[in-house]
Each structure stands twice: as structure tokens, then as C-alpha cells.
Design a binder for this molecule. Structure first.
Ligand code: URA
Length: 209
């Protein structure tokens, strides 16, 4: 079963409080999400494998460690996932970025993929699927399934806030996927919003509603 990691770091929790605050304006919201994404990327990459290498310092040879094998890939779910992507790239600039777009079919209420563009070597990378809000889990599950269909095996999910319902749905459909969140909130309301959450992440990020 994939683990749920709640990033309890004080800086993340401090910034998340301002992100939640409805008084926070669009510019500050975007900046704070970007900063939290950077901090979460630091936590999420704790277990990436290292290999030993030798470097020459000005004084002599030294044993160093570098991240081994292929680097990471990021797959933001459009559109709100974009708001966390640059923050992660600040720490992992060599990561390649794919994109996935999903809409909800009004008849079936199921997510439908309308756009997918992945790096050609996606299947050999560890991919971080990014969506700030893990609500019902429908989009995250569809994105993870789409990536698995294309041969991607090493998958992690990064969200700002999760509802227990979303976590349960992802754990059921993709039990091997680790989920990294800054907070797990109480529940979903009847409109599918996370309570207390932060409202609509995409709208708050881009000033739409
Ligand atoms: N998507 C959002 O942006 N906010 C929620 O609370 C749930 C889904």
C-alpha cells in the first residue's frame, strides 16, 4: 500500500495557512503555492537513489554522491497543477515536464482525458503527478491510470490538500502510489469541494471564478 506523507514542516504549514485564507490575493496565492511546492519537493525527493562518484576538489579527490540513473518527470494535471510545477523545477531543474488535461463528462461525471503530452522517456523516469486538490480522487486516478497505460511505473502524487475520500480512492485504485500532501482536511461537501480546503485552486491561482 502506498504511504500518505503529510508534510508537517512549519514553513509549509505557515504558508498553507495564508493560502487557505480567502483574503489572500491572486498574486500572493500564486507565490505561496509556488513556495510550498518547492518545500514539498524537498521532502518528496528524500528517497531518490544516490550513486557514489569521485570528484576532484582543489585539495584532492573526494567521494561525492549524485542522484543516480534518470532524473524525475513532473506531470501537472491541467490547469491547477501548473501552479506547483515551477516551484518543483526550482529544486529539480533537470526534470522533464509532461501535461495531462482532464474534464468531467457531464453525463457520467467521469474524468475524460482531452490532452496528454509526455516526455518520450517518461516510462523510465520517476513521475510526480501534481494536483493541488485531491478531492474525490477521480482526476488523480485517471491521470495515474493514463500514465500506467503508457508504461510508467514509478509514480508519486503531490497535492496541497487532500480529502480523506480522495486518499481512499487513490489507495484503492493505485495502492502502490505514495501520496504527498501538506494537509488532510475533514471531508468533501455536496459540491465536491474540500472542507475547509481553500476554495477552487485554479480560480484562486489565475483570478478566474
Ligand atoms: N478542486 C478545487 O479546486 N477545490 C476543491 O476544494 C476541490 C476540488
Amino acid at each position: 500500500m502506498g504511504n500518505v506523507f503529510v508534510c508537517e514542516h512549519p514553513l509549509i504549514q505557515h504558508k498553507l495557512t495564508y493560502i487557505r485564507d480567502k483574503q489572500t490575493n491572486t498574486k500572493d496565492f500564486r507565490e505561496l503555492v509556488d513556495e510550498v511546492a518547492t518545500l514539498m519537493a524537498y521532502e518528496l525527493t528524500r528517497d531518490v537513489p544516490l550513486e557514489t562518484v569521485e570528484v576532484q576538489t582543489p585539495v584532492g579527490p573526494a567521494e561525492g554522491r549524485l542522484i543516480s540513473g534518470r532524473m524525475l518527470g513532473l506531470v501537472p494535471i491541467l490547469r491547477a497543477g501548473l501552479g506547483m510545477t515551477d516551484g518543483i523545477l526550482k529544486l529539480i531543474p533537470a526534470a522533464k515536464v509532461g501535461h495531462i488535461g482532464l474534464y468531467r463528462d457531464p453525463a457520467t461525471l467521469q474524468p475524460v482525458e482531452y490532452y496528454l503530452n509526455l516526455p518520450t522517456d517518461a516510462a523510465s523516469r520517476m513521475l510526480i503527478v501534481i494536483d493541488p486538490m485531491l478531492a474525490t480522487g477521480g482526476s488523480a486516478n485517471a491521470a495515474l491510470a493514463a500514465l500506467k497505460q503508457r508504461g510508467c511505473k514509478q509514480l508519486k502524487l503531490m497535492c496541497l490538500i487532500a480529502a480523506p475520500e480522495g486518499i481512499a480512492a487513490v489507495q484503492q485504485a493505485h495502492p502502490e502510489v505514495d501520496i504527498h500532501v501538506a494537509a488532510v482536511d475533514e471531508r468533501l461537501n455536496e459540491h465536491g469541494y474540500i472542507v475547509p480546503g481553500l476554495g477552487d485552486a485554479g480560480d484562486r491561482m489565475y483570478g478566474t471564478n
